[in-house]
Design a protein around this ligand. Structure first.
Ligand code: FAD
Length: 306
């Protein structure tokens, strides 16, 4: 990475939050991924604004990484700049039935605040291992809940460093989709609107859903959750199972024996193993049932064609 760019970046953020050749396997739940040329930890809105304006002026590529729980980053890494809303960019402020949350907050932390405040509506998200920013991009959801149901508005910053606020309707939320899949906005903060509820009932629901996850999901292995989206009228896990792919393996990557919808890093998988496995699963399901499985997991970097 050009030293003069690093010099310019260090005018805005201290050197200990500017990492060169940072291994991305340390920042993804798949535990794979080569180095990012630069990895920046950002703590304040001011820093996001300053850095985005600089990168825009310098015409540098960047990519935002939250908790890395829906990402497959290639073994060769990313030859650009990773922006990471740091753990300190995770304030959750309570205003009656509203939680005003910075995008680095984890869904688990927000769920804890909701529980403490006796606010209901966020129970579905308590066990999703992402940051709020990533959950907005993905319209993350589980057990009949999705972010769309609880978001009132989203504060965003454009790649030119301009701040805009969008209402829930303007976010274009649909199944695992928002306008942020197409627009390069970065999520700064979100107003989440919940309702007064009963603390015991909220706790009981969170515990019940956590137990379901532990029973059904291979949480003992690194993964990115459900690898494929639910195709209209089908369940991805059922199609994969019926195609005879339970336990199907490429290198260290495997279709989970516990839950066929999860590809897991079974043993020292490379990103290429996971990529290859996903391609083969797609092909075999297509051949067996004529259904196209679309990845839910987002890929970054270069993969071999194979
Ligand atoms: C064990 C396991 C279980 C899971 N269960 C579920 C589930 O039940 N339901 C579900 O929906 N998902 C689930 N997931 C997937 C994942 O947790 C969600 O998609 C989550 O919302 C991703 O958030 P993240 O912060 O990790 O995003 P990342 O993986 O870091 O990024 C995902 C996308 O969001 C973008 N992004 C991240 N932060 C920002 C930001 N601040 N501003 C702009 N863009 C940003 C990234 O550029 C990328 O495009 C699961 C994953 C695992 C590992």
């Amino acid at each position: 990475m050009k030293q003069n760019l690093i010099q310019k970046i260090s005018q805005y953020i201290p050197k200990d939050r500017i990492m060169q050749n940072e291994p991305m396997k340390n920042h993804t739940t798949f535990r794979v991924g080569g180095p990012a040329a630069l990895y920046l930890e950002l703590k304040t809105e001011q820093e996001f604004g300053d850095i985005l304006r600089l990168l825009h002026a310098e015409e540098e590529d960047y990519f935002t990484v939250g908790n890395g729980s829906n990402l497959l980053i290639s073994d060769t890494g990313y030859d650009g700049i990773i922006l990471h809303p740091s753990k300190e960019f995770s304030d959750v402020r309570i205003e009656g039935e509203r939680l005003i949350c910075e995008s680095g907050a984890t869904l688990a932390a927000i769920a804890r605040v909701a529980l403490e405040q006796g606010l209901t509506g966020f129970e579905f998200a308590a066990g999703i291992p992402g940051s709020l920013g990533g959950a907005i991009v993905m319209n993350a959801g589980a057990y009949d809940g999705e972010m769309k149901q609880v978001v009132e508005s989203v504060r965003l910053i454009t790649s030119e460093g301009e701040i805009v606020t969008k209402s829930c309707e303007e976010m274009g939320f649909s199944y695992r989709h928002s306008i942020l899949k197409e627009e390069p906005y970065l999520v700064l903060s979100v107003v989440i609107k919940l309702e007064k509820g009963n603390r015991e009932q909220i706790k009981a629901r969170m515990d019940e859903l956590a137990m379901k996850r532990r029973e059904k999901q291979p949480l003992e292995y690194p993964s990115a959750g459900s690898t494929f989206k639910r195709p209209e009228g089908y369940f991805a896990a059922k199609l994969i199972q019926d195609a005879g792919l339970r336990g199907f393996t490429v290198g260290g990557a495997q279709v989970s024996e516990k839950h066929c919808g999860f590809v897991i890093n079974r043993e020292n998988a490379t990103a290429q193993d996971i990529h290859e496995l996903m391609k083969q699963v797609q092909q075999k399901v297509q051949d067996a049932f004529g259904v196209k499985l679309e990845p839910e997991v987002i890929r970054l970097g270069e993969f071999e064609k194979g």
